[in-house]
Design a protein around this ligand. Structure first.
Ligand code: SF4
Ligand code: SF4
Length: 358
């Protein structure tokens, strides 16, 4: 039986897992000796011909606006929720824009928490659109039902923002199990609002992408095209909803998904599955290679997962690099920080914010 949806963040509950160091140590303590490279990510990269994991050109500038969210999903890798109040301020947003201007990134990927709850969200979107960037809003759907958000779907549509929405499954039971009772119905309502302003009908300027992730300790489906067809049919026939694209991602063994894995007795088996499903063909396309990730307080990371584990990019020990000191040359020379959680990105067809890799 799956455990119930968490009602508060790990931090609020003072769980030991709210410490990123504790999470890293827990993952490292799992006995994976019988598996390839003993479950050591650096060794398995080395065996695959990658002595160092290095970045390519920055194509995606990912900004995490904070941990505040209207939901408390069971699988959340951010440990976000209504009880979290970390939010990026306007000064840091301006520093992000200044840094963005020093890159050739074509896409700005805005995430959270629920990024729309940041008071500077619309300012950030406007500024990125003015710069000709493709903007992604990672939206949890239910946030669109808040009274202050009624005009948001149309507002985003007018600016050509791609809305990437998490909806674990096209069936109510599987979505509510992971995100909380009533989430599915609310998500359907929000999707209708997006469809009503033209999203999800094949217009490249009104792209509606859905993100699915497994409700249990399995990998995301390798047959994305088949899955997308099933979802399109399911949502269209039962709810008269259309969307453009489905991406399937793996759950990362960190934060609240790590808590669920541990509590449900699935942690050992899930890590074994991730390690034994390692696919070397995913390495060159790992998102940490073409993405830079900025946290609400302006620190720089290789990806949103490293951000949640506090694995900061630093130009020397204990000296995190901040967005105010953005230096593309130094960033290009860095080595990407990895750990056991990285097996979540290299398993099967691989997993990134854009879906499968290989
Ligand atoms: S998974 Fe997304 S919607 Fe759910 S609590 Fe985390 S940030 Fe919020
Ligand atoms: S978690 Fe994934 S994206 Fe992040 S550093 Fe590891 S392999 Fe790269």
């Amino acid at each position: 039986m799956p455990s119930p949806v968490a009602t508060t963040s790990l931090l609020h509950r003072r769980s030991a897992l709210s410490s990123s160091q504790f999470q890293i140590e827990l993952l490292e303590s799992i006995d994976l000796d019988q598996l390839p490279a003993g479950g050591d990510f650096v060794s398995i990269l080395d065996r695959s011909g990658w002595q160092k994991l290095t970045p390519s050109k920055i194509e995606i500038f990912q900004i995490n606006l904070g941990k505040l969210c209207n939901m408390t999903c069971r699988h959340c890798h951010v440990d976000a929720g209504p009880d979290r109040h970390e939010n990026m301020d306007r000064q840091t947003i301006d520093a992000c824009l200044k840094a963005l201007d020093q890159t050739e990134a074509h896409t700005v990927d805005i995430t959270g928490g629920a990024p729309e709850l940041n008071p500077h969200f619309r300012y950030l979107v406007e500024q990125c659109v003015v710069r000709g960037k493709h903007v992604i809003d990672r939206c949890n759907l239910t946030v669109l039902l808040l009274p202050t958000m009624t005009d948001l779907p149309a507002w985003l549509g007018e600016r050509g923002v791609e809305v990437v929405c998490s909806l674990p499954h096209f069936r109510q039971v599987n979505t509510d199990k992971q995100r909380g009772d009533g989430t599915f119905e609310q998500s359907i309502q929000a999707l209708r609002q997006l469809n009503a302003v033209g999203y999800g009908k094949g217009n490249p300027n009104l792209k509606l992408t859905l993100v699915s992730n497994p409700p249990d300790a399995t990998l995301s489906c390798n047959q994305a095209a088949v899955l997308e067809q099933m979802w399109k049919q399911g949502l269209s026939e039962n709810h008269d909803i259309t969307f453009d694209r489905l991406i399937a991602i793996n759950n990362m063994p960190i934060a609240r998904h790590l808590e669920w894995l541990e509590q449900s007795g699935n942690l050992q088996a899930y890590m074994e599955l991730l390690v034994s499903s390692f696919n070397p063909d995913t390495i060159s396309g790992l998102m940490c290679r073409n993405t830079i990730s900025v946290s609400w307080d302006g620190k720089l990371y290789d990806c949103d997962f490293n951000q949640m584990l506090n694995l900061e990019i630093g130009d020397r020990p204990n000296h995190p690099m901040r967005i105010q000191d953005f230096n593309p040359k130094l960033l290009a020379e860095r080595e990407i920080i990895t750990g056991r959680h990285c097996f979540g990105c290299t398993a099967g067809k691989g997993s990134s914010c854009s879906g499968a890799i290989a």
